[in-house]
Design a protein around this ligand. Structure first.
Ligand code: HEC
Length: 156
């Protein structure tokens, strides 16, 4: 069998294989990290993300993740970064990559008030980014026992 354009054949083959390899992971990443019940109340984790965001990130990233003249709009960033990129940035910080004005994203690796709740903050920003949550305080469901256990295991 001979191909006039072997590179194109190889690229197509790679794309076909990549679809099989990547799709299960992609399906997982696609799952929404927040949930809403029929009364319009968000799960407790997402509500907690709202609170933690506003105590730790708001000062630079503006109210409700919308960005400020100092730091980027995180409702847009999470679309691009996804969970892994978001987590990586919060852990390691970022030095002057997307601007030229020496404005740095600090590392939060040693801040337990962020690291214990980083998934909650992500869930909150994902709900904001998907447009299912406006800039107001979300209505919330009760705190589940699992969340209480998680907090006491994580916080010093
Ligand atoms: C002291 C100010 C400051 C605080 C507090 C802060 N950030 Fe940032 N953050 C920045 C700046 C400035 C940038 C842009 C850095 C750059 O240009 O590379 C940034 C970038 C980011 C990015 C990458 C955005 C992108 O589009 O690539 C993420 C994600 C992020 N911050 C999340 C958070 C979260 C979550 C919190 C709260 C736990 C937080 N930040 C708190 C200043 C801050």
């Amino acid at each position: 069998m001979s191909f006039k354009y072997p590179q194109i054949f190889l690229i197509s083959l790679t794309v076909v294989i990549a679809q099989f390899v990547v799709s299960p992971v992609y399906a997982d990443a696609d799952e929404t990290p927040y949930s809403i019940n029929d009364k319009g109340e968000f799960d407790w984790y997402t509500f907690n993300g709202y609170r933690r965001y506003h105590s730790e990130c708001h000062v630079c990233h503006g109210p409700a993740g919308l960005g400020s003249s100092f730091a980027p709009n995180l409702t847009e960033s999470v679309k691009v970064l996804g969970y892994e990129g978001f987590l990586e940035t919060v852990i390691n910080g970022r030095t002057n990559v997307s601007n030229t004005q020496n404005r740095n994203m600090p590392s939060f690796a040693s801040n337990m008030n962020v690291m214990c709740f980083v998934d909650d903050i992500y869930a909150y920003l994902a709900a904001r980014s998907d447009g299912v949550l406006d800039h107001n305080r979300p209505k919330k469901q009760g705190k589940p026992a699992a969340a209480k256990e998680r907090d006491s295991a994580c916080l010093p």
